[in-house]
Design a protein around this ligand. Structure first.
Ligand code: F6R
Length: 604
C-alpha cells in the first residue's frame, strides 16, 4: 500500500524519483507526487491524481538541484484519491511522504487544530507533518524533530521527510511498514521496496523498525527512535538481477512473470536438494527442533491457495496433520493447536498486515512460527523463528503468478522434507519436482496464443464464470477464479466440484461458463459427473487437463502434458494465469495495475 522513494546524491533528482516511482507503481496508483529543492533553495512540491503518467507529464522538463528529494505513489486509505490528498504533505518548511495508518489521527488532529494548525487534506499524514513541524520549532534539528514528533503517534508508518530549512538532509523512519535503504557511491536511497532503486544499486539494508535514518549526499547515519543512540549501518548485495525488474520484450509484467515460472521453481529448489537430488534440505528449519506435531498455514489470497495445495502435499507424503487458515480471520478464535505445532505464514511480499498479525498472535501463544516469503528482509523475516525464501525474483504485476508457482514449489519441498526419505512415494515425487522446471518451460514454449485467446474470448462473452475442481483441482479452481476476478473484473467464482449441487448449480444455464482444471487423476470420474451435470443444464464447460482426463468422448479444451503427480499443478496454473491475462488484455484493462488493488496489503 503506497510506495515511497527518497534520494540523496549529486545527480538531478526529479528524474530519478519519477523513475523509481514507476517501479513502485504496483504498490498503489491512484495519485502521486514529488518534492525537491529548486535553484532558489525552496522545496517545490508537485502532485497529481490518477496514474503516475499524469505527474510525469506535468513535470516534463522540470529539474531540481542535486540534493535530496522524495516521492510517493498512493493507494488511498484516508481520503479520496484527489490531488489535495496526494503526498507529499507540507507544514511550513516540513515536507513528507508516508505509507501506513495513524490510528490516533483524530485525537492528534483535534489537538493540533486547537493549537492553530490548519489542515488542507483529509489524510492522516498531514497530522505527521504538523507534529514534526511543532517539534522542529523546539529542536531546530530535523532528525530530533522526527523523533520527538512521532512520540505521540500510534499506528504504522514509513516516512521520508525533508525540511526547507535543512537542505542536504532526508530523514526516514519506519514502524510496521517497510523501508529499504540503498547505497551507491556518493548516493543514498530509501524506498518501500528494492526494485525502486535496483537500477542504481544492489547494495541494500532493510531499515530496522523504529530506527531513524538521516541520508545526505555526504553520508548516512542511523539512530534509535526511542533514545537517539547510534545504530550501525550494514549493507548487503541483493542477488536480484535488475533485468528481472524490467518488462523486457513482454507487453506486461504479468505476462513476463508467467513465463518466469520455470525459473522461479528452479531458483526455489537451488541448494535445497542433496547429491543427485536424493533428498531435501531445509537447514532453515533445523533450529526449530524436531518435526512439528501439526502445521497451521496462515495466508491471504493467492498465498492461501498455495497453502491449500501445501496441505494436500504434506498430508499425502508425511504423517503431519495440516490446517489452513485465512489470516484475516485467524485472530478472532482461540488458538487450540497441538503442542509443538508450527504456524507457517505464507506471504509473497512478507508485508501483509493480516498474515503478520496472525503470526504475532501465534507467537504470543507460544507456537513456533515460520515465514515463507519472496522478499528477503521483509517484515515476516524479522517476526518469525525460521524463514523459507521462495526465489521468484521481484514480482511487479499485482496479480501473483510466478510467486504462486514458487510458493507451490516451496510447500512441495516442505512436504518432501517432512516425509519419510526412504519411501518410494517421496522419492518419486522428488523426481517429479526436479523435472518440473524443464517440463513447464517446454510446455509454456509450445503454447499457441490463439488457443488461449479463443478461450479468453469465451470467458469474456460469458455472463458468469464458475471454476470447479476436486482434490488439487479445488485450490487451482479458486485461484483461477481469483485471478479472473481481479484483473478482468468479470463475475467469477470457484467451488469444490462436489459443492455445485448444494447451491451454485442453480446458476447454471445457457450463457454460464464453467472452467474445470482436471489435474487430479484420482478424482476424474467424479469431476466428469460434474461436467455432465453442467452440460445437461445448458452450461458450457472448458476443461484443462491431460489427454484422457475429461469425459470419455471429449478431448480437454486445453490439453496439458501427461502428469503423474503434482507437476500438473504448474501446467494448469500457467494456463489459468494466461487465460486471465489475455481476457483482461482483450477487455482493455490495465493488466499490471488492476483497479482498487495493491501489491502489498499493509492494512488490515
Ligand atoms: C492475487 C494476489 C493477492 C495476494 C494477497 C496476499 O493475485 O496477489 O491475493 O496473494 O494479497 O499477499 P502476500 O502473498 O504478499 O501476503
Amino acid at each position: 500500500m503506497c510506495g515511497i522513494i527518497g534520494y540523496a546524491g549529486s545527480r538531478e533528482p526529479v528524474g530519478i524519483v519519477l523513475e523509481a516511482l514507476s517501479r513502485l507503481e504496483y504498490r498503489g496508483y491512484d495519485s502521486s507526487g514529488v518534492a525537491y529543492f529548486g535553484s532558489d533553495g525552496k522545496v517545490s512540491v508537485a502532485r497529481a491524481s490518477g496514474k503516475l503518467s499524469r505527474l510525469s507529464e506535468a513535470l516534463q522538463g522540470t529539474t531540481g538541484i542535486p540534493d535530496v528529494a522524495i516521492g510517493h505513489i498512493r493507494w488511498a486509505t484516508h481520503g479520496a484519491p484527489t490531488e489535495e490528498n496526494a503526498h507529499p504533505h507540507r507544514s511550513g518548511p516540513i515536507v513528507l511522504v508516508h505509507n501506513g495508518i495513524i490510528e490516533n489521527e483524530r485525537a492528534l488532529r483535534r489537538e493540533l487544530v486547537g493549537q492553530g494548525y490548519v489542515f488542507s487534506s483529509e489524510t492522516d499524514t498531514e497530522v505527521l507533518a504538523h507534529l514534526i513541524l511543532r517539534a522542529y520549532r523546539e529542536e531546530g534539528d530535523l532528525s530530533q524533530a522526527v523523533r520527538k514528533g512521532l512520540a505521540s503517534v500510534e499506528g504504522s508508518y514509513a516516512l521520508a521527510v525533508l525540511c526547507e530549512e535543512a537542505p542536504g538532509q532526508l530523514v526516514a523512519v519506519r514502524k510496521g511498514a517497510p523501508l529499504i535503504l540503498g547505497e551507491a557511491s556518493g548516493e543514498y536511497f530509501v524506498a518501500s521496496d528494492v526494485p525502486a532503486f535496483l537500477k542504481w544499486t544492489r547494495r541494500v539494508m532493510p531499515l530496522p523498525p523504529e530506527v531513524v535514518a538521516t541520508l545526505s549526499p555526504e553520508g548516512l547515519s542511523l539512530c534509535r527512535l526511542s533514545d537517539g543512540q547510534p545504530v550501525p549501518a550494514v549493507f548487503e548485495e541483493v542477488p536480484w538481477d535488475p533485468v528481472q525488474a524490467e518488462k523486457g520484450h513482454y507487453r506486461h509484467f504479468m505476462e513476463k512473470e508467467i513465463f518466469e515460472g520455470p525459473r522461479a521453481i528452479m531458483d526455489t529448489l537451488e541448494g535445497r536438494l542433496g547429491e543427485e537430488n536424493s533428498r531435501v534440505f531445509l537447514p532453515e528449519l533445523v533450529r526449530l527442533g524436531p518435526n512439528p506435531t501439526e502445521i497451521v498455514f496462515v495466508a491471504c489470497g493467492t498465498s492461501y491457495h498455495a497453502a491449500l495445495l501445501g496441505r494436500l502435499m504434506i498430508e499425502a507424503l508425511s504423517p503431519v496433520p495440516v490446517r489452513v487458515e485465512i489470516a484475516s480471520e485467524f485472530r478472532y478464535r482461540p488458538l487450540r493447536f497441538r503442542k509443538g505445532a508450527w504456524v507457517v505464514g505464507i506471504s509473497q511480499s512478507g508485508e501483509t498486515a493480516d498474515t503478520l498479525g496472525a503470526l504475532e498472535v501465534a507467537r504470543r501463544e507460544g507456537y513456533l512460527t515460520v515465514g515463507v516469503t519472496n522478499v528477503g528482509g521483509s517484515s515476516i523475516t524479522r517476526e518469525t523463528e525460521a524463514v523459507l525464501l521462495t526465489r521468484a525474483g521481484p514480482e511487479i504485476g499485482v496479480a501473483s503468478t510466478k510467486a504462486f508457482i514458487a510458493q507451490v514449489t516451496l510447500v512441495w519441498l516442505l512436504a518432501l522434507y517432512l516425509g519419510r526419505r526412504e519411501s518410494s512415494e517421496v522419492r518419486d515425487s522428488l523426481g517429479l519436482l526436479v523435472r518440473s522446471p524443464a517440463r513447464l518451460e517446454g510446455f509454456l514454449g509450445a503454447i499457441v496464443p490463439a488457443e488461449i485467446d479463443r478461450m479468453s474470448r469465451q470467458i469474456l462473452e460469458a455472463r458468469f464464470v464458475i471454476f470447479i475442481g476436486r482434490g488439487v483441482d479445488y485450490p487451482l479452481a479458486i485461484e483461477g477464479a481469483l485471478k479472473m476476478k481481479e484483473i478482468t473484473y468479470r463475475p467469477a467464482d470457484g467451488y469444490p466440484g462436489g459443492e455445485l449441487k448444494h447451491g451454485p448449480i442453480a446458476l447454471v444455464e445457457p450463457g454460464v461458463l464453467v472452467v474445470a482444471p482436471l489435474v487430479d487423476s484420482r478424482l476424474r470420474p467424479k469431476e466428469t459427473s460434474n461436467i455432465r451435470e453442467i452440460e445437461a443444464r445448458g452450461g458450457t464447460v472448458l476443461t484443462i487437463g491431460p489427454a484422457g482426463s475429461g469425459p470419455e468422448d471429449l478431448v480437454p479444451s486445453f490439453l496439458l502434458p501427461e502428469t503423474s503427480g503434482w507437476d500438473g499443478v504448474f501446467f494448469a496454473s500457467a494456463v489459468l494465469q494466461l487465460l486471465a491475462y489475455r481476457a483482461a488484455f482483450l477487455a482493455g484493462n490495465d493488466v499490471d495495475q488492476p483497479r482498487n488493488l495493491a501489491k502489498s496489503v499493509t492494512v488490515e
